[in-house]
Design a protein around this ligand. Structure first.
Ligand code: WT7
Length: 647
């Protein structure tokens, strides 16, 4: 059943940017002459100096390099704004939809240009120079887009920290990249609730390692009271006021850093994924145009927060580089009621809609009525990202949201990949519910076994990518060796994605989920190691082990096993306290769904925790525990199985 095939309607296909016959041919060309292909695609951007050296890549550990369009020079803000002023000056660049439905604004490309230039001038006056890092901790408001683009105008490297992260998490990210300036808001507003952003920044800046920050710019969003510490803190409004509405863009090398975005891995602290200027923008814009079948009059809405990579590539940079109209939504799907998404679709005439399976499942649970009550006639394409979409949710999305009329692009990619790698091209590749289908142009996926042997035909194993693409991350900020070790050591000469994957007899790819110690909660990555270190930082905790468990809405939930220090007694109060503790240490997205007391953890004789067993207990699959004979104390398994009842 889940293998049912859904080709796009002929009316869609006839008008599609990529037609059914084009895919195979273009794909073949793109891998046979990869540099030639990307050289041609690179011409879509406006360069100060056109690149002549298109591709210089080696994945060999001893000779490692990834360089695209190396001798080209360009500026991202020029490509996203100035370039469109001639023909699209009055076109809406950003439709901002506030948390309160009465609150919305349209910002034209011309206005965007003025706002970005004013802020870029202000940042320069504050001493921000090319290459400096700027941390953004902001809600979904127009100033956030201005801030990202203003950084690119002067060659500063932004690091956006999601507004749901805690002061400690902000501090860690500021310290890691040595930010000189932070931009935040007094408070955020989501679902009618206020989020104390400035207060969190204040707290973060009392932590070790954050004295690199010289200035904090504060956007007034709610007008709530904040503690302005002079001379460090400045109102955004005051510093941009009176600035010239023009600003000379910095000429950036294609391989100069564009932004850093922190993401969780299987070990240690989050990594600062670094993307560079030329290749990233070529890849984000080209994939956006092909995969979303972008046309001049489309109104495109990606519901992701700019705190995640989707908000970078497919809310801001891809769409604006393409001269599109992009919707930026401050609120949440269920405020003021569960029909909000479809109200916004109708209000702004959204044609292309991109969201996450977790949102679809949450809406699906509320039934069809709130959806059916809204027209949604403007919609012509739907997208999904963040985790595998289960076929039931796919069908509901297709039939109810899209009235069986809109193709669905199930787009597989990662923070590290900068843009989408596996996806249907909506007019060219028939969809199968639950499959990300086929590789995008230039992308060569392969499936390998644990030893790294390539597996051909219909098969299952670990997903690797054989060759580079322009949007690939270039390094882990400040730790190039960690970059190479994480992605290119497991399977030498290949990029290891960390995902498991099945390929069917039609050559369709089905992502089966992470094969490392990363949990995908509502499409957001949480490292088990991060939650464990937050737990053991509590004075009463001796040891903790964290695994993912199935969750109806979130896809995966967080399941924590906690061993208390000798003399500490488990209690419901302590359980609540520890759950709160993790929320405070990392942020609400890392809230454990289950916390089970563990008198002992299943360990090998060498002391390694056997997570496989903990995962099976969390899944309540005691019959699938596998071999437990190598455990130092096989008895702990039974006590954990019994303890499961009480969590
Ligand atoms: C991980 C990357 C890419 C932006 C959002 C998440 C999972 C993502 C899909 C999909 C199956 C998916 C993978 C991947 N994932 N999209 N369409 N189908 N799995 O970015 O936080 O870097 O997470 O999300 O497991 O490795 P991210």
């Amino acid at each position: 059943m889940s293998d049912s095939i859904h080709p796009a309607s002929t009316s869609f296909t006839d008008a599609a940017n990529i037609k059914p016959d084009d895919y195979e041919r273009l794909y073949r060309e793109s891998v046979e002459d990869n540099a030639g292909f990307w050289g041609r695609i690179g011409e879509r951007l406006e360069w100060f100096t056109k690149p002549t050296r298109i591709k210089d890549v080696s994945y060999a550990v001893e000779d490692f390099r990834i360089r695209w369009y190396e001798d080209g020079e360009l500026n991202v803000s020029v490509n996203c704004i100035d370039r469109h002023l001639g023909e699209r000056g009055d076109k809406t660049a950003i439709i901002w939809e506030g948390d309160d439905p009465a609150d919305s604004r349209r910002i034209s490309y011309r206005e965007l240009h003025a706002e970005v230039c004013k802020l870029a001038n202000a940042l320069r006056n504050l001493g921000v120079k090319r290459g400096d890092r700027v941390t953004l901790y902001l809600p979904m408001i127009p100033e956030t887009a201005y801030a990202m683009l203003a950084c690119t105008r002067i060659g500063a490297v932004h690091s956006v920290v999601f507004g749901g992260f805690s002061p400690d998490a902000i501090a860690g990210r500021i310290a890691d990249c040595g930010s000189k300036l932070v931009i935040t808001a007094d408070e955020g507003l989501r679902g009618g609730k206020k989020v104390p952003l400035k207060k969190n920044v204040d707290e973060a800046l009392t932590r070790a390692g954050t004295n690199c920050v010289e200035t904090v710019l504060v956007v007034k969003r709610t007008g709530g009271a904040v503690d302005m510490q002079m001379p460090r803190d400045r109102w955004y409004e005051a510093v941009v006021d009176g600035q010239p509405e023009a600003c000379e863009p910095e000429r950036m090398g294609a391989e100069d850093p564009l932004f850093i975005l922190y993401t969780s891995g299987s070990t240690g602290q989050p990594k600062g994924v670094l993307h560079t200027t030329g290749g990233y923008l070529v890849y984000a814009s080209y994939t956006h145009e092909c995969i979303f079948d972008l046309k001049e009059d489309d109104v495109y809405w990606c519901t992701a927060d700019v705190g995640w990579v989707t908000g970078h590539s497919y809310l801001l940079y891809g769409p604006l580089a393409n001269g599109a109209t992009t919707v930026m939504f401050e609120g949440v799907p269920n405020h003021p009621d569960i029909g909000r998404f479809w109200d916004v679709v109708d209000k702004h005439g959204v044609t292309l809609f991109y969201t996450a399976p977790t949102a679809i499942r949450a809406l699906m649970r509320e039934g069809e009525e709130p959806v059916r009550k809204r027209s949604r006639k403007s919609l012509r394409l739907l997208g999904s990202v963040g985790e595998p979409i289960n076929p039931e949710a796919w069908r509901w999305y297709h039939e109810v949201v899209g009235d069986s009329r809109c193709p669905i692009v199930d787009t597989w990619w990662q923070t590290e990949t900068g843009g989408i790698l596996i996806t249907p091209l909506p007019g060219a590749i028939p969809q199968k519910p639950g499959s990300a289908t086929k590789p995008f142009f230039g992308i060569q996926p392969a499936i390998v076994d644990a030893e790294g042997n390539t597996k051909d035909g219909a098969t299952e194993g670990n997903l690797v990518i054989l060759d580079s693409w322009p949007g690939q991350m270039r390094t882990v900020f400040g730790d190039h060796q960690r970059f190479i070790d994480t992605y290119f050591k497991t399977y030498p000469g290949r990029y290891f994605t960390g995902d498991g994957c099945r390929r069917d007899e039609d050559g369709y790819y089905w992502i089966t989920g992470r094969v490392d110690d990363v949990i995908n909660v509502s499409g957001h990555r949480i490292g088990t190691a991060e939650v464990e270190s937050a737990l053991v930082a509590h004075e009463k905790v001796a040891e903790a082990a964290v695994v993912g468990c199935p969750h109806d809405i979130k896809g995966q939930g967080i399941y924590a096993y906690v061993t208390l220090n000798a003399g500490e007694e488990p209690s419901d109060e302590l359980r609540k306290e520890l759950v709160q503790w993790v929320r405070k240490e990392i942020g609400p997205i890392a809230t454990p769904d289950h916390l089970q007391w563990a008198p002992g953890l299943p360990k090998t004789r060498s002391g390694k925790i056997m997570r496989r067993i903990l995962r099976k207990i969390a899944e309540n699959a005691p019959d699938q525990l596998g071999d437990t004979s190598t455990l130092a104390d096989p008895g702990v398994v039974n006590s954990l199985l019994e303890g499961r009842m009480n969590r």
